[in-house]
Structure formats: C-alpha cells, structure tokens
Design a protein around this ligand. Structure first.
Ligand SMILES: [Zn+2]
Length: 473
C-alpha cells in the first residue's frame, strides 16, 4: 500500500522552480524535475488567491461550493463594511477536508502549515496550523492539544498578524533597502519556515502516516516584491537561502521515496509572475461613469510620492543607523495605514456608484444593478482585449465580475485622475509581481506506482488523486 507526501509552496510557479534549480544547481529539485512521473502547470481556481486556492486544493471543491473567495466577507464588503470572511475557518470546512475524510476511513494523517483551517480539530494523527490566515497560534492551533507546548518549544509561534506586519517590511525593504537588508529579510523568512519544517520532521519520524502534508508560505510574501523575471538570476540569487532550504526539503522527502512506498507530490496554490502593466479598475469605472468618487488622487501626487521614495532611498544609503531606523519606522507607519482597505472605501461614493472594486485579492468588481452586468462585461472585454479573462458570477459571496489577469498584468483599486486606466507598474511603485492561474504539479515516485493516474487538470483534482492512491473514497 502506498503513502503520500504533499509539499505545498505558496505561489511558486513551475517555471520559477525550474530556473531556480538550474541557476543555483539545486540537485534534489533537479533530480525530482528530471525523474518525475508528471510535471506540469495546472490551473488554480477563480480567483487565484491563496485563501480560495488552498481551500479548494484540500477539499476538492470549487469556490462556489466552499464559499471562500477572499479573506474578506464579500457580502459585507459590497456595502463597504470590512469584516473577515466567516467561512474562513475550520467550522464550515473541516468536514470536507481530505485529512478529515481520510481519518474517518481509518487512515493516519500529519498536516503542518496549511493556511486557513483554524482551529485544528480532531484527526487520526496530528494537525498543526500554519500562520497564513490563522487568527492566532495558540492551543487551538494544534491537535492533539497536548502537543502545543512541545510545538511552541520548537519555536513555532509566529502569527498571521505578525506575518502581515512583516509584509509592510518586505514592501519597504524591497523598494528602499540595501542588498544586505533584503538578504536579512529572506533569512528571517527562511528561518521561520525551517522551524515549521523541524516540527513536521519531529512528528513524521516518530510515527507512520498515510498522508503527510507540509506547506511553506513565505515565498508568496517575498515574491510579490522581489520576483523580477526580467532579472531572474539576480532574483534567484537574492532568494538563494530560501530556495536552498526548499532543496533540503526535497532531499528529505525523496529519501523516503527510495523504496517506492511513498508518492511525493509537489504543488502550489497559484503562480506568481512579474507584472508590467496595472489595470486601474476603479479609475476606469469612474471614466465610463459607473463609479462616483469621493476624491481622486492626482497623477502629480503619485509622481511626487515616487520622488519622495527616491529621496528616502538616497538618505537610507547613508551609513547612519539611527537615521535609518527613524525613517523606516515613520514610513512603515504610513505604509501600514495606506495598505488598509478603508482608504479605498473612503475614496468611493458607494451609495451613488453602480460598480466598484473594493478588494484586489479576489480580482473582482461589485455591480449594483443586475441590468448593467452584460453592458459592463462587454465594455470590459472591449477595453481589456485579451489582457484579462472576464468571468461573471451569481454567487452573493463572490464579486459579480472577476478579472483574471494573464501574465504581465494585474489590477489595482487606486482612483487616479487619469485618462488611460492601464498604466506601467512603475508608476504605482512597490509590488512587482502578482498572482496568476498557473499552479505547479509534480508527481514523483520510485517507479513502483502501478495505478492508473486520474487526470489532474486543476488543483481541485489533487484531492481525488490522493484518495485514488490511498484507495479511499
Ligand atoms: Zn498563495
């Protein structure tokens, strides 16, 4: 009977993994890439965002079946109210998960680092929450609860809020920091992932599991602000420490596959690729008269702000530590305020607008009146012309229109006084890469896997594949 190990890497596309392994000569990744049974890009879900994608992967359900489209409660957000998505917890989802279903069929499972599913509930084995989209890492993040103290003593304690605050630092350091600042940041993230992996190994080596899952989320955070595919060698070298850690994880996993018992699956929830252009969706909606602004930002303001960033960058190059820290703290506070969704909502007159976008993470537009749906869809198709896939939805928990970007494009909710709503990303600064539909799928085994492998076209099919390998339903 076979056993399965799943390694999930948030946001890592197959092409970046292949480039990393060849540039850094990562032998274990190279080995898996060369000897895999299947190696291809498969589809993420719509929208290709971490919350819906991880939930789909581990439940085998489409977003309209599990209702997770975004971190936010979109039904409330539609009215301008910011609230976390109530479906984003174990409460509604646990029964549908792969580890719960396998547990009920007597299989043993080990799960470490998966986003979203909190609190940890009963499984036939061990479940330890990750940090992404988990409210806190407390006793409820660990099942059985008695392992909580052990896990914390191994160093697992970082919470989503801390990780999210780190995002502000990633953003700042990637745009203002020196090379060594950036390397220090990669080091910090890698350390965190190493701790999580240490916890995984600790349990994995103590007992036997039919399904073991380990998810690393740091790459998503780093890639948004560091993945420049036009300077891929530089990027890969900057991420060296993290990628070498991933190579070590590969090494560990393939050492178990040598006798053919274990099947090793490497996957990601979506891809991340470098962007060149940004579609200012609210600016465009304002230009065609469907959105009424409370205020718009002038183009000049953005230019002055960018100039300010240049000046800050120059000052930060000065070798005076105190000034550096002082400036960082000040800018950090400003950026953190600016990142809050509230700013976007305040800029839009939601009451008198007919369509608007409030959360970029689900890549969607809310439409007030159903009658204009068709008109808007047509206008978008005409304007965006093959740069985005435009998909409509009837689910009140979802946006009415999804804008799924093809490589090189992304959306922004910024309201600018601008005629052309598609701008060079350099105008908006900061984010240099964003989510795409391509997820990684690699199946590796020592050749003894003698079963007909069901077709895996999308991350939703992975759950089925695992049931098939473990001969469960
Ligand atoms: Zn993700």
């Amino acid at each position: 009977m076979h056993r399965v190990i799943i390694l999930g890497i948030d946001g890592l596309s197959l092409s970046v993994l292949e480039k990393a392994s060849s540039i850094l000569k990562l032998n274990n990744i190279e080995e898996v890439l060369n000897k895999s049974i299947i190696k291809r890009s498969i589809n993420s879900v719509i929208p290709p965002s971490s919350a819906p994608a991880w939930v789909s992967m581990f439940t085998g359900l489409e977003p309209h079946q599990h209702k997770v489209y975004d971190f936010f409660d979109l039904k409330a957000l539609r009215e301008g109210i910011i609230r976390l998505n109530p479906y984003l917890s174990s409460k509604e989802l646990w029964q549908k998960t792969i580890w719960n279903r396998l547990s009920r069929q007597g299989k043993r499972v080990l799960v470490v680092g998966v986003p979203v599913f909190y609190p940890a509930r009963e499984v036939n084995g061990v479940y330890i929450c990750g940090e992404l989209l988990i409210p806190k890492f407390d006793r409820s993040a660990v099942y059985p609860r008695r392992y909580y103290i052990d896990v914390v003593s191994m160093g697992m304690k970082v919470m989503f809020k801390e990780m999210h605050d780190m995002l502000t630092r990633v953003l700042l350091i990637s745009s203002l920091g020196s090379q060594s600042d950036k390397e220090a940041l990669v080091h910090e993230f890698t350390n965190h992932e190493m701790t999580k992996f240490k916890v995984f190994k600790e349990f994995f080596e103590k007992s036997e599991y039919d399904l073991s899952i380990f998810v690393s989320t740091a790459y998503d955070y780093l890639a948004h602000y560091m993945l420049d595919e036009f300077k891929i060698k530089k990027t890969i070298n900057l991420l060296r420490e993290y990628l070498e850690f991933i190579d070590e994880v590969f090494n560990y996993m393939i050492s178990y596959t040598s006798d053919g018992k274990y099947v090793f699956i490497i996957t990601s929830d979506h891809g991340i690729h470098t962007i060149r252009k940004v579609f200012l969706v609210n600016t465009w909606l304002k230009n065609i008269g469907l959105l009424k602004p409370n205020k718009t930002i002038s183009y000049k303001y953005i230019l002055i702000k960018n100039l300010g960033m240049h000046v800050a960058r120059l000052i930060l190059r000065l070798p005076i530590r105190i000034i550096r820290n002082e400036i960082y703290t000040r800018i950090e506070k400003k950026v953190r305020d600016a990142m809050k969704l509230r700013g976007v909502i305040e800029d839009i007159n939601i009451y008198s607008s007919k369509a608007y976008a409030l959360s970029y993470s689900s890549f969607g537009i809310f439409v007030k009146e159903n009658e204009i749906n068709d008109y808007l869809e047509l206008m978008l198709k005409k304007f965006l012309n093959e740069k985005f896939k435009i998909i409509t939805s009837n689910d009140p928990q979802a946006p009415d229109i999804f804008l799924i970007p093809y490589e090189g494009y992304t959306v922004s909710t910024k309201l600018l006084n601008l005629r052309n709503a598609i701008v060079n990303r350099k105008l908006l600064g900061t984010k240099i890469a964003d989510h795409t539909m391509d997820s990684t799928f690699i199946l590796y085994n020592n050749g003894s896997l003698s079963l007909e492998i069901p077709e895996v076209k999308s991350i939703i099919d992975i759950a089925n594949l695992v049931y098939r390998i473990l001969r469960c339903s």
